[in-house]
Design a protein around this ligand. Structure first.
Ligand SMILES: NC(=O)c1ccc[n+]([C@@H]2O[C@H](COP(=O)([O-])OP(=O)(O)OC[C@H]3O[C@@H](n4cnc5c(N)ncnc54)[C@H](O)[C@@H]3O)[C@@H](O)[C@H]2O)c1
Length: 249
């Protein structure tokens, strides 16, 4: 196994489940010191289990919508490991409703976690990376719905479209400072986020992917690790679709 993250410190937000968990496992298996950040205590169980396998991980409980939590996440990471080399800003929530039926409170919650949370994590990670001679790499977990819409995902796509352009503007600000910032844009991925979908809707989603199935969290994690690694040294401001062809048709 390549060790692209040996001596690197990686934060994965929403690292307790789904795509974040798969990414945390991959970063750890490639030598990274991984900070698993999540609101859920399941992140502690994952960290304990990875440490018992000989990996170096830490759990830091974080609500990415809380600025003090995010500051604490970055500061504690740097206190413990000395640097922050990679951020995977992944924490996010779903939610479906037609625009005219969407409660304002539900709209605000989705924008708060999926856009404001990514902004806060980028803000404090970038501030730290600017202090380091070695710069850093950030991958924001966007979505196909940061690129194309779909009935029922108004709030979600508004947040994810915001993430896409936040990434591009931040790229313009920090590319010359040694900080690369990219998006990964998954199609529908088989994670707990989709667990409550009725079977009929699940089959409909599968049909929308020319590849004929939903994605796996590990397939997204591999793209994230690529973008975060030196293999992607000339890639910044990109949105990498990992979508089984969803947006091609
Ligand atoms: N599953 C999909 O089909 C899919 C597709 C495209 C993009 N995504 C994006 O991938 C990311 C991860 O989704 P997933 O499918 O792995 O979901 P998941 O529900 O399995 O994992 C999300 C994690 O984020 C955590 N989280 C939620 N709100 C948080 C907060 N305020 N602060 C900190 N942690 C919080 C949850 O506790 C959970 O552990 C999300 O940003 C989602 O929008 C998912």
């Amino acid at each position: 196994m390549a060790e692209r993250f040996r001596n690197k410190t990686v934060i994965v937000t929403g690292g307790a489940s789904g795509i974040g968990e798969a990414a945390a496992r991959l970063f750890a298996s490639e030598g990274g010191r991984v900070v698993i950040s999540d609101m859920s205590e399941k992140g502690k169980d994952l960290s304990d289990s990875l440490n018992s396998e000989g990996y170096e991980t830490t759990f830091i409980k974080t609500d990415v919508t809380n600025e003090e939590d995010v500051k604490h996440l970055v500061n504690s990471t740097v206190e413990k490991y000395g640097s922050l080399d990679v951020l995977f800003a992944n924490a996010g929530i779903g939610g479906m409703s037609l625009v005219h039926e969407t409660d304002f409170s539900a709209w605000k919650k989705i924008i708060d976690v999926n856009l404001h949370g990514v902004f806060l994590c980028n803000k404090y990670a970038i501030a730290q990376m600017l202090k380091q001679e070695t710069g850093g790499a950030i991958v924001n977990n966007d979505s196909i719905h940061g690129v194309v819409g779909k009935a029922g995902v108004g709030a979600y796509s508004a947040a994810k479209g915001g993430v896409k352009l936040l990434t591009q503007s931040a790229t313009a600000e920090y590319a010359s400072k040694g900080i690369r910032i990219n998006n990964v844009n998954p199609g529908y991925i088989d994670t707990p986020l989709l667990a409550d979908l009725p079977e009929e809707m699940r089959q409909e989603l599968i049909r929308l992917h020319p590849i004929g199935r939903l994605g796996k969290p590990e397939e997204v994690a591999k793209a994230v690790a690529f973008l975060a690694s030196d293999d992607a040294s000339f890639i910044t401001g990109a949105s990498l679709l990992v979508d089984g062809g969803y947006t091609s048709v």
